[in-house]
Design a protein around this ligand. Structure first.
Ligand code: SAM
Length: 219
């Protein structure tokens, strides 16, 4: 078996993505676990997570590290967040915003176990309603809305530290169902540039996610 640390805390085990499991036996979404010596790894399915898909598509920068503070918009039931939770460890924290009450309820058992995720039932379009959130190292946005980039920018201005990173998942169908995906992604990237973001990487997520892009930028 070949185990390679692709990015800090993110492993490739025989070509499959995994993280170290912070709670022995924990598989909140039925993921496969594997024990190597005294370390348990939890496999991370790129068909269910845009960050995992972006990594499998060759993302050059994954600016998430041990101890980071993360604002996560559109955390849903916490699939991707549960892996980020393992990467940042017990000294890190995720502030997870979700506006759909039913989805939010499904998130709660994950946050109870993970301990480093603060669930926030709120609307990412209204950052003033969670203004108590501290300044973060990373803002992660996956809200699948027509104004996703504008919402991301507004939250970065409110919560992201200077030199901090934005990770933005772009669902192009939410913006325009007719235009080519690449044109929409380019247009959203230009909006970030116009606001002074430095674009570090842009990936198409196909075939894992049809007509989706993923951007890593620095503010
Ligand atoms: C594609 S799903 C997120 C999947 C999740 N990021 C993951 O990888 O596990 C998008 C989520 O964003 C939420 N959402 C959409 N608009 C939102 C908003 N304005 N504020 C907060 N959450 C929002 C939706 O309810 C949905 O749960």
């Amino acid at each position: 078996m070949e185990i390679k640390e692709k990015f800090p805390g993110i492993f490739l085990i025989d070509g499959k993505l995994a993280v170290k499991n912070q709670i022995s036996g924990w598989r909140p979404f039925g993921e496969q676990l594997i024990k190597v010596g005294s370390t348990e790894y939890r496999f991370w399915d790129p068909n269910r997570s845009k960050l995992a898909a972006a990594i499998m598509k060759g993302l050059k920068v994954v600016p998430i590290k041990e101890g980071d503070k993360i604002l996560y918009l559109g955390i849903a039931h916490g699939f991707t967040a549960s892996f980020i939770s393992s990467i940042i460890g017990k000294n890190g924290i995720i502030y997870g915003v979700e506006f759909a009450p039913r989805v939010f309820n499904e998130l709660l058992p994950v946050t109870e176990k993970a301990k480093n995720i603060v669930p926030i039932l709120g609307d990412a379009r209204k950052p003033e309603t969670y203004s108590w959130v501290e300044t973060c190292d990373v803002v992660y946005v996956d809200i699948a809305q027509p104004d996703l980039t504008e919402v991301a920018i507004r939250n970065c201005k409110a919560f992201l530290k200077r030199g901090g990173y934005l990770l933005l998942a772009i669902k192009t169908q939410s913006i325009d169902v007719t235009a080519p995906a690449k044109r929409i992604i380019d247009c959203e990237v230009e909006k970030l540039r116009a606001e002074g973001f430095e674009i570090l990487d842009v990936r198409s997520l196909e075939p894992f996610e049809e007509r989706h892009g993923f951007v890593v930028a620095r503010m």
